[in-house]
Design a protein around this ligand. Structure first.
Ligand SMILES: [Zn+2]
Length: 364
């Protein structure tokens, strides 16, 4: 099988072979190209939970790539959330920002969005002729308090600070071929009304992305990517629709619906040690609007997932505090998170997220 695939990956040398040898070689090449094995890669581009900083961890984000051996599983590149440092993270794995096909945001919190400003500025600087990047967000959502959460406005104003500083005018004077409106010109906004059933919001060839509404702040959405190589759910910061106990779980029933039968669940995580019963001082409403590692383990088991990737860890492994709040009992380890997941009953593969951890499907 390995030899079979290896031939398929070497199209160029294969073409030379075609010119110089037999029809047999030609048909072998065609067969290997046609049956190039589909594969996908899921990379955590940033694992920091919330606005604090810790040891240079990048802000929340997940890169999902799909393709075949011939393109290192990377023909399609989808970025879900883009916290601080996303551009640097992508550069560490050799993914230029200009190669992203689409960017999806779960919600309008800076720890998930602020990396997009520098990412789009870089795209504008060198790739003003396009292509535009698809930007998939939920439609404007009105909070009960009256303000509006708007991905549309985030995209529209993404270059504003540099426009108002005069830098954009300066750079346009130096190179008038750049898009005149700044990086906002390169964003193709695809806003969708979040529904309570999985709804397809983006697709390309064999890749289909569905979304569902979920609770954290108004407009929060969770996503699922389906490909012939496998499927992954990106939960974001989803929590249960009931904002606090009593309730059956801290996890979202909608995310569970989306995750049914998925291979992989990537989800923001809070450790139960930050709960109001443990005296960390962490604000209970903030604790209750995240999913705990234990409840995520239980949800992953019910959904039948094979892999659970914990990300956006609150608190980070090894950190003495989460922002100003000390960790009761001291810093947590990888085992602290795995134990919490096991308490929920999950017996599959748990990945406790660190920046650039990658899972490939099917497994090598
Ligand atoms: Zn967050």
């Amino acid at each position: 099988m390995m030899t079979f695939l290896k031939i398929g990956t070497k199209t160029r040398s294969g073409m030379k072979l075609l010119a110089g040898t037999s029809i047999m070689a030609a048909s072998l090449l065609m067969a290997t190209t046609a049956f190039a094995a589909p594969c996908m890669k899921i990379t955590l581009t940033g694992t920091q939970g919330g606005p604090p900083v810790f040891k240079g961890q990048a802000g929340a984000g997940t890169l999902v790539q799909y393709g075949s051996d011939e393109n290192k599983c990377g023909a399609v590149k989808l970025q879900f959330d883009a916290g601080r440092g996303t551009t640097q993270s992508l550069s560490k794995i050799g993914v230029p920002v200009g190669k992203l096909n689409a960017i999806f945001l779960t919600h309008m919190h800076s720890d998930h969005t602020e990396g997009l400003t520098e990412l789009m500025q870089l795209r504008w600087h060198f790739l003003s002729k396009g292509p535009k990047v698809d930007f998939v967000v939920s439609e404007d959502a009105k909070s009960p308090r009256g303000h509006v959460l708007s991905g549309r406005n985030f995209a529209k104003h993404i270059g504003d600070a540099l426009i108002h500083s005069g830098e954009m005018a300066q750079r346009l004077a130096e190179n008038p071929k750049r898009a005149p409106g700044g990086p906002a010109d390169l964003i193709n906004v695809m806003a969708f009304p979040p529904a309570s059933e999985p709804t397809v919001v983006w697709s390309s060839g064999d890749v289909k992305v569905s979304a569902i509404n979920s609770r954290h702040i108004p407009g929060h959405a969770s996503y699922r990517v389906d490909t012939p190589a496998g499927s992954v759910v990106i939960g974001g910061d989803a929590g249960n629709d009931k904002p606090k106990p009593p309730r059956s779980s801290s996890t979202s029933e909608q995310v569970e619906k989306l995750a049914n039968g998925a291979d992989v669940i990537v989800h923001s995580t809070i450790h139960p040690v930050m709960g109001p019963d443990k005296d960390s001082g962490f604000p209970p409403p903030i604790y209750f609007r995240q999913s705990t590692a234990t409840d995520l383990g239980a949800m992953a088991k019910r959904a039948g997932a094979k892999h659970l990737m914990l990300t956006h860890l609150i608190p980070p492994m090894g950190a003495p505090r989460q922002g100003p709040y000390p960790i009761p009992g001291g810093a947590l380890s990888e085992a602290s998170y795995k134990d919490a997941v096991t308490d929920g009953g999950f017996g599959g593969n748990t990945v406790v997220g660190q920046d650039l951890v990658t899972l490939q499907l099917p497994a090598k």
